[in-house]
Design a protein around this ligand. Sequence first.
Ligand code: 6AU
Length: 376
Amino acid sequence: MSQKHPTLTTPFGERAKQADHPLTEYLYRLMVLKSSNLCLSADVHTARELVTLADKAGPSIVVLKTHYDLISGWDYNPVTGTGAKLAALARKHGFLIFEDRKFVDIGKTVQMQYTAGTARIIDWAHITNANIDAGKDMVWAMAEAAAKWKERINYEVKTSVTVGTPVSDHFDDGLENGDENGRLDPREQLGGYGSNDRGADARKGSIVSITTVTQSFEPAGSPRLPKSISEGDESVFPGIEEPPTDRGLLLLAQMSSKGCLMTREYTQACVEAAREHKNFVMGYVAQESLNTAPDDNFIHITPGCKLPPEGEEENGHIKGDGLGQQYNTPAKLINIKGTDIIIVGRGIICADDPPSEAERYRKKAWKAYLSRVGLE
Ligand code: 6AU
């Protein structure tokens, strides 16, 4: 890490202005607004616990990190399910959702895992991450999938399939004649007419055997993040607009675990991939700042973070978890290693009062950032 890289001493508000990725720009502004550089790793057992924790700790965090596949009772319904509920809480409290999926496979497979399947991660997670052991082309494949998704969600597709007179039952997707991800492409389905043809004229029908398929396309802000949850809470965090519909990727460049096999060469390949895909890669999951080129402005988000119990020596050694996880304090990771956001899981979740522990971490991490950039 170069201690002298300008991003180490530039305040987040300034870095927002220089950000290449719209979601990174938004995230920096959110961090300044909430005085928070804390990501909560919400590794709890059930969907109910997850939603409750997100609601309670939401005011202290700027990123909520999930592992959807370790949550029992995850509801996959795109409108009322767990992803939709988290999206509503993200709007209410002002945080981004980061699904820690660590994609690694051939390009075609990761495209499908990212955009389709049961979880439809891209629909509710603003950010995800990838291990690029499979090669840099995987990043290109994910970027392509995200670009197509963004294009598609600029239209809300409402399709009614009826026999005879159309009725009001609507499907959002999953029709047999959808694209390879099981989705309808509005322009293909309607013979290639484009966005200028929206509105009342955009309602057309075609006869398939005796079945009438009627589709209407309406411009929509962020329709794939449903605006309501069953609890009916539709409030929006004040002081900032809703996040852009862009999706972002973090490259898993270094890990916190003991004996990690990621080599310097691998980490360097991550840096190259990030520079090649600035419109999709926001930055890294890493243990130190990897910004070295003069115009690097990638964001760094770092797990393996814990504070000693309240009242104990703050810069003392923090024991690992006995399963390979190693911990550092927020001050060390932010001040010395140059990371921007700390990821904390068990340090908060296992506390007697997780929301107030989240506040304690927020204050410590923000103080470390202020001291790094000389604002304290
Ligand atoms: O604070 P913890 O140890 O309870 O949780 C850390 C969280 C877990 C890990 O899956 C994740 O951070 N993680 C990652 C990520 C975010 O990709 C990388 C890594 O190197 N170490 C690590 O712990 O959800």
